[in-house]
Design a protein around this ligand. Structure first.
Ligand code: NAD
Length: 266
């Protein structure tokens, strides 16, 4: 089995990376950054997001696992003290692979009908650089609403506990193949109307955002920030691709939500 390690690049994470690399090599695994079977992320959730985007072209063959060197993360749920246990399980291939849905974002530009397609593990957000964001929202080719406000966030189920949750969106179990559109401070009065609630879209539904006036936007894809000009539309849907996580022990999603947000002493 071939492995790679993505470190947050602080002293503690790098020291753990060196230990894990030595242990795994001693167990006969091969360090291969180009085409690993398993990618160990050491740091936080942000480190796993970086690892995901680094191996974005190899999602059907790579499985991810995260060790946290700060607080318990959503994706980074192994403690540094458990590293030996983890290494032994990896070398014995003593793990299952679980798959979570992803978000596909297709950005269409006015110029030459150019198109960029991105995959997000957590979410994509859209904001206007200096004015109120005004976007027509279409669901499955029908006009739904004209949104005015700070921005919009489209998240995956596993990303629903990240930015989406801070915006008051629902936490969605990753067994649902769905994406969730959440508002950021919409303007609602007698003149302007939005639905004022998060919308959960199933697989095969699509949401298209069309600029009304300004065509320059700040778009994020997880931690990646894009400053885009002359945007014609942005289409969101559940991606065909999935992300694969190596699961070594039961750690149910709701327990992770509890331990991350309520307390993890019990
Ligand atoms: P980061 O690594 O510092 O992440 C920010 C925080 O989000 C960390 O506490 C991390 O543990 C948490 N997080 C990330 N993914 C999560 C998930 N799926 N469930 C629960 N918590 C999660 O910063 P970064 O590297 O820039 O990460 C980008 C992410 O930060 C974005 O994908 C977005 O979800 C999140 N974010 C959150 C807010 C907010 O909550 N108001 C604002 C901006 C960005």
């Amino acid at each position: 089995m071939k492995f790679a390690i993505q470190s947050r690049n602080d002293e503690h994470s790098n020291e753990l990376m060196a230990r894990a690399r030595t242990y795994l090599t001693d167990f006969g695994l091969v360090w291969d950054e180009e085409s690993p079977d398993i990618v160990i992320s050491i740091g936080g959730d942000g480190t796993l997001l970086h690892a995901f985007h680094r191996y974005r072209e190899q999602l059907s063959t790579v499985a991810f696992v995260g060790i946290h060197t700060g607080h318990l993360g959503f994706y980074a749920d192994w403690k540094p003290a458990e590293i030996e246990k983890l290494v032994i399980s990896i070398s014995k291939k003593d793990f299952e692979v679980i798959e979570y849905p992803l978000l596909e974002a297709t950005i269409n530009f006015k110029k030459n009908d150019e198109q960029n397609i991105y995959l997000a593990l957590n979410e994509s957000t859209i904001k206007s650089p200096d004015v109120t964001l005004v976007m027509d929202v279409e669901l499955n080719n029908s006009h739904f609403e004209r949104f005015r406000g700070d921005g919009l966030c489209m998240s995956t189920p596993s990303g629903s506990t990240a930015y989406n949750k801070a915006l008051g969106g629902a936490v969605i179990h990753p067994s649902f193949e769905a994406i969730q559109l959440t508002e950021m401070a919409s303007i609602n009065n007698r003149v302007f109307r939005t639905v004022g609630a998060s919308l959960v879209l199933p697989a095969h539904h699509k949401c298209v955002l069309k600029p009304v006036k300004a065509a320059d936007f700040m778009v994020t894809i997880d931690h990646i920030q894009l400053s885009l000009k002359d945007v014609k539309s942005i289409q969101y849907r559940v991606a065909n691709e999935k992300v694969r996580f190596a699961r070594f022990r039961p750690f149910p999603f709701w327990k992770r939500v509890h331990d991350s947000f309520i307390d993890n002493d019990v």
